[in-house]
Structure formats: C-alpha cells, structure tokens
Design a protein around this ligand. Structure first.
Ligand SMILES: *Cc1c(COP(=O)(O)O)cnc(C)c1O
Length: 362
C-alpha cells in the first residue's frame, strides 16, 4: 500500500478493545462472568416487543427516537428534549469526543477509567490524559490538578468500572464547579441503576450548564446485545451531538425494545434487588477465603489478590472449572479479577472455585 495513505495522527495509538471472553476451548457449558451482563436477561415485555417488530423491517426507523425519549423522560422525570439516544452509551461517548475534542485538546479521565474514553479521545485526534485515583476511588482533587486550558472533556464513571466504587453528590458538584470554563464533565452512569436512590447525576445536569450524563440499557436492563444507550445534558450540547449523529443510528427494533424495557420498572427493581443480595453474598464469601474487594456499587466485584501471579493462577483455576471472569491488567489492575455478579448458582460456583484455589495454594 502507498506509504502516503495514512490514518490521522492518534489512530494507530488505539489498542483494539477486547470484550470479555465468552468461550473456553473444550468446555461446553461455560459460566460467563466477564462482561457485567444481567444474568436474567431482559424483561419478558422487552423480548416480546423485539419479536413483534420484525414485520416492520422494510421501514426506516424513527430518526428522532421520540417515543423512546418520551419513555425515558417519563420514568426518570427528565426533559425529553434534552435526551439523545445512541448505539450503546459508547456511541454517546464517541459523539462527545468527536464534537468537543480534536487535535491539541485534552480528554481527562481517571487511572482505572473505562477504556472507551481513551479510544474515543484518540479517534477524535485529541490527547488522552489520566489522573490518579486514591485507593481505586475517583479523586476529585487529582482530576482538578490535571486540568489545563486545553481540557475539553472530563469523563468519570460513577460507579466506576472495573473498581465498582463511586463518589457522592458533593464530590461530583465540587468537580463540576472546579473545572475550567471550556471543559464539559461527563458522568457515565452505566451502573447508576444498581444504586438505589441515585439519579446518575441527573440533578447535577439540571443545576449546572457544564455536565452531561450517559446511561445504558446494556447492564441492569439486560440488553447489551441490543446496543442502546442515551445521554442527558444542556440543550445546547444535545443539539451539537445531534448534528453528528447518523439519522438512522438506532433501528426501530432497538427503540421499541428499549422503550418496553424501561417501562417495566417492576422487572428492573427485581434485578436490582437480586444483584444487591448476591453481590453482598459473593463479596463476603471471597473475603472469608482471603480475597478482599472494595465495597461495590455495581453488578461486579473487583477481587484483589496478593500478586499478579496469584491473580493469573486463580484465573487459570477458574477457567479449568468453566468459569470466565475478567482480567483487568489493561485497567492497570493486574493483581485483580473482575467478577460479574451472576445468578445464585453462578455466584456459588465461582465462590467455591476461588475458595478451592486459595486453599490449595501452598
Ligand atoms: C458497559 C459500560 C458502558 C456501556 O456500554 P454500552 O455501549 O452502553 O453497552 C459505558 N460505560 C461503562 C463504564 C461501562 O462499563
């Protein structure tokens, strides 16, 4: 190929994203606890809607996602005119970087922050910048210290993946208030639904003009395969993002299925309660066998081992039992394993396997 044909600067610095593994060679019934999926899948109502929309496949979908935005607004008490929907919240993150950050601009996030922030920043030609965390918790002072006149976007996931930790409303407000005037704060609420009573930052979006919130149907709503997420922000920001959004970025099946899912809050509440119950059980079971974790606010636990080699050996042991969890070396946590909270049977299996590993170590 001609040496003159080159991608934009930054693109070749992007390492390919690796999703959580789903298969193990030679094992037929694996337990997948590597991608923070809802072990119960989506609501029956969402599934029925998905089946029913197939007769409309020859029609182009709604371009403005009006019904879905209205449903989201109703459930969360938000202004539908300030919601934007995308192919997963990953697409909203990408829109934000494309629209607000380019060459010479900085995109700031935390040490153990979600990998898509770096990928989307580089794809936009911007410079990714990392701030340290404090013992695996977002550190507002460290973020503020990294801000410069070039900082355009500041991403934090709250609760964060893969640490599971979160910071409170006062800290979020302090971050929003301390940012330089040209910077937009993005609160990634992919796991907000798991925190009873937490609005994901919606009230802060209302109270400030420099805050955007992103949300997803991939986690609590059990629709990771459908690819629907959304963002909420100041009218001016949403207008900007809509200019670069493809008019048909969501199929009608995506829109209608997500709408049915969010309207089924009984199911969402059940999933949240079950996650809370099994998460506490799993954390305690691991701790009893000498594997600590920070108190998680999400649907996974970050199990901490004494060393990288111990984490690797435990991962290999789990694999031999058909259990797939997530190595998080790419998140600068090489001595940890991220374990999704599965259903009760999977939690028991993984706890049992970790216990047998820890007992057989010496
Ligand atoms: C899973 C996840 C997302 C959501 O991804 P989708 O594109 O909506 O599936 C966003 N942010 C974080 C931190 C996540 O873990």
């Amino acid at each position: 190929m001609s040496a003159k044909i080159k991608p934009k600067p930054g693109i070749l610095d992007i390492e390919l994203y690796e999703g959580g593994a789903a298969t193990l060679e030679g094992v037929s019934d694996v337990v997948k606890l590597s991608s923070n999926e809802n072990p119960f899948g989506p609501s029956e109502k969402a599934l029925k809607t998905y089946r029913d929309v197939s007769h409309q496949l020859h029609r182009y979908p709604s371009t403005d996602h009006g019904d879905l935005r209205a449903a989201i607004a109703e459930v969360h008490g938000l202004d539908a005119g300030r919601i934007i929907c995308g192919a997963g919240s990953d697409e909203i993150i990408s829109f934000l970087c494309q629209a607000y950050a380019g060459p010479g601009d900085e995109v700031l996030y935390t040490e153990h922050g979600f990998l898509m922030y770096r990928i989307s920043a580089l794809a936009a030609g911007a410079t990714p910048v990392e701030a340290p965390e404090r013992e695996r918790v977002t550190d507002v002072d460290a973020l503020l210290a990294k801000c410069t006149k070039n900082t355009k976007l500041v991403f934090i996931a709250n609760p964060n993946n893969p640490t599971g930790t979160m910071i409170g409303g006062n800290e979020l407000a302090r971050l929003a208030d301390g940012l330089p005037p040209q910077a937009l704060l993005v609160l990634d609420g992919a796991y907000a639904e798991y925190v009873q009573g937490y609005d994901g930052g919606a009230a802060l979006v209302e109270a400030r003009d420099n805050v955007v919130m992103t949300r997803t149907f991939s986690k609590l709503y059990g629709l990771g395969g459908l690819r629907v997420g959304w963002g909420y922000g100041p009218k001016e920001v949403i207008d900007v993002l809509n200019r670069i959004r493809g008019p048909f970025n969501l199929s009608q099946a995506q829109q209608d299925t997500a709408e049915a899912a969010i309207r089924d809050q009984d199911y969402a509440n059940k999933c949240r309660a079950e996650n809370t119950r099994m998460r506490a059980w799993l954390a305690e079971a691991l701790a009893e066998h000498g594997v600590p974790s920070d108190t998680s606010c999400a649907n996974f636990i970050l199990a901490r081992f004494a060393s990288i080699s111990e984490a690797e050996a435990c991962d290999a042991h789990l694999k031999s039992k058909g259990l797939i969890v997530r190595r998080v070396g790419g998140y600068k946590l090489p001595n940890c394993l991220r374990i999704t909270v599965g259903d009760e049977a999977s939690c028991r299996q993984v706890a049992h396997a970790v216990a047998s590993f820890m007992e057989g170590r010496e």
